[in-house]
Design a protein around this ligand. Structure first.
Ligand SMILES: NC(=O)c1ccc[n+]([C@@H]2O[C@H](COP(=O)([O-])OP(=O)(O)OC[C@H]3O[C@@H](n4cnc5c(N)ncnc54)[C@H](O)[C@@H]3O)[C@@H](O)[C@H]2O)c1
Length: 275
């Protein structure tokens, strides 16, 4: 998709971090933007900021882990702006714990917000993008969707799932003759609030030593990460140039080479952390 003016975009997890930067970038390109997020106050502030800058936006409070709410988001988008061209399934959360200490509620929360949301997003929006005739779906995975790290099992599983889902989507789109494409965003460390994900957890989970250590260590790494605005630039370029892979940190290519070498070797397993 090369022309953004007047087109309609939906971004989930749009009240903070990468989603907020992407929504702002889309708006500056002249798109009408629907911002969806579970955190109401932050969503209202994001919408007010974009409106004050003269952009045409709509905020829809949404829990992306719920199918009815994604359907409602799609319906409200079409009702407000008449069509949908670009969808960025971006909302995500993380919870750390060794496999034997993670609860089923931990798994359900992370897989719901990170993976089911993307399945729902593609299911609800693809038919509507088809009606518009041209568009693009971007799904936020992670470097954790390319190489696992210890103690974030549900996050690894969700993010590998998003990569697989988006590859499947792109293969199916390429087989058709429509102007619709997909991209998968695999960020390394980006300076956002991702390690404070529990602020939006609906059930009260007990803090564990592993999760706390992760929040402190990863929080430090993330705070020194790339800016979310730089990620938004890459997302826009990927849509314009029809690039499938969006890797914010090219050094991940080396980690992946190590992964393949490990497969050849048959024994060696590399970790994502430190990559
Ligand atoms: N920051 C990083 O280093 C990094 C690295 C790799 C991948 N990612 C991915 O980037 C995406 C964006 O995260 P971020 O880094 O901007 O973090 P962030 O915490 O700043 O933003 C995430 C947003 O998602 C929203 N959200 C959480 N649960 C939700 C739900 N159930 N329904 C709707 N919205 C919900 C939050 O309210 C928040 O506004 C996530 O998918 C994350 O996994 C981030």
């Amino acid at each position: 998709m090369r022309n953004f003016e007047g087109r309609v975009a939906v971004v989930t997890g749009a009240a903070s971090g990468i989603g907020l930067s992407v929504a702002s970038r889309f708006a500056r390109e002249g798109m009408r933007v629907v911002l969806a997020d579970i955190e109401r106050e932050a969503l209202e502030a994001a919408v007010a900021g974009l409106e004050a800058a003269g952009h045409e936006v709509l905020g829809v409070p949404t829990d992306v882990s719920r199918w009815e709410e994604i359907q409602e988001l799609a319906a409200r988008t079409v009702e407000a702006f008449g069509q949908v061209n670009v969808v960025h399934n971006n909302a995500g959360v993380v919870r750390a714990g060794r496999l034997e200490e993670l609860t089923l509620a931990d798994w359900e929360w992370v897989l719901g917000v990170d993976l089911w949301s993307v399945i729902y997003g593609v299911k609800a929006f693809l038919p509507r993008i088809r009606e518009a005739g041209e568009g693009h779906i971007v799904n936020t995975a992670s470097s954790a969707g390319l190489q696992s790290s210890h103690e974030i099992g549900p996050y690894n599983v969700a993010k590998f799932g998003i990569v697989a889902l988006t590859e499947t989507l792109q293969l199916e789109l390429l087989a058709g003759d429509e102007e619709i494409r997909a991209s998968v965003l695999c960020p390394g460390a980006i300076a956002t609030r991702i390690t404070e994900s529990e602020r939006n957890r609906p059930d009260a989970a007990t803090q564990t030593e592993t999760n706390q250590r992760f929040q402190e260590l990863a929080g430090g790494v993330v705070s020194r990460g790339h800016s979310p605005d730089s990620v938004a630039d890459l997302v826009l370029r990927a849509i314009r140039e029809q690039e499938f892979w969006i890797l914010t940190h090219p050094k991940w290519i080396e980690v992946l080479r190590g992964r393949v070498e490990g497969m050849e070797d048959g024994r060696r397993l590399v970790t994502g952390f430190g990559g």
